[in-house]
Design a protein around this ligand. Sequence first.
Ligand code: PLP
Length: 417
Amino acid sequence: MDVSRRAKQIPPSSTLAITAKVRAMKAEGKDVIGFGAGEPDFTTPAFISEAATDALHDGMTHYVPTPGTPEVREAIAAKLRDENGIDCDASHITVNNGAKFTVFLALQALLDPGQEVILPTPAWVSYKPMIDLAGGTLVEVPCEGAQDFKMTPDQLEAAITPATRVLLMNSPSNPCGTMYSPDEVRAIAEVLERHEQVVVVSDEIYERLVYGDEPNLSMGSLPSMRDRVVTINGLSKAYAMTGWRIGYACAPGGDGAVIKAMNKLQSQMTSSITSFTMPAVVVALTEGAEEVERMRRIFAGRASLIHELVKQWAGVTCPRPTGAFYIFPDISSTFGSTSPGGRRIDSALDFAEALLDETGVAVVPGEDFLGPGPRHIRMSFATSEEQIAEGCGRIREWLGQLAPGEAVASSPSSTAH
Ligand SMILES: Cc1ncc(COP(=O)(O)O)c(C=O)c1O
């Protein structure tokens, strides 16, 4: 049976594909070290899980309001007010099936066909398919490792046209592992103040996992931007709750008009998130700070370790990870070489495939992250320090055995649209 053009147009998630391949290799008994995972290697703190099982046993098994219960929306609004400084209330909140679906709903609610979405790249693999599905036109702003993969105000100014509707920001970033400083967020906002038609979708799913000297600044907390930002977050990454599928959005502008539109769409698609998870969301947000900090510290230790080890790789450059749990090394100096197993390496995909087959180390090739992504690999450090040391050691040894070929020009991507 044939499928629709829309379904054909959307590629499968390459990051989930690598995770599935590693799982299959491990099931065959192979010695694989996976740097592919986009999720914490911790289990959900027990007191959060207990709140859900208690609710289940107490019979919270019926439909619930589409945007979430009043209690869960109030807990999220309180978190955003107290921790992020966003002036909002419960009516400005919607709770959805994972932040992935929240981004999808926000773009569906905001975009008309042909309107432009500015996306600093490298960027998370799901944004482009979601922009395509919403009928938007992608306008890439490629950001190099030398600029910590962050868009400058001048780059933003140059990308804005009368057709620009959305700026899609993600800080701290998947796949880059870097975050915009508060001053950099303010500088981006200053540009946007001159372009009132632009709405910011600010994906802050990694905001608690930061390792630099400065905290995350939510653009929605700036008074000049309050009514023009859709702040997106969720419990997956900070609370080790990826399987629960809990994301949320906050958009106070226009009396919550975007939230109402997202709720209308959600009411026709999934109705709501799973009823008995909602008390667990309230418990996580009100009592989870210590656990989040415990996990953050562990990630911070891994971030420094992996950066130290990657810096030892000959010819490879990489900014220090300051947020999320990714490092995004530039491996393009290997292009044109031949692997110990006799494979020619001309791309990040060649690199990742040869590396996996010859050393059992899994990394994600950077092609699907766009911009300068094709010169990089993404490595998740949501794995133990032992695995990080072992995997990075294997890569270093393997790199030392590459036979150099003629140099391949690795010019930065100049894609504008
Ligand atoms: C940047 C970014 N946004 C959103 C998500 C989705 O999170 P969730 O698991 O809540 O759908 C991810 C997950 O990988 C992500 O990396």
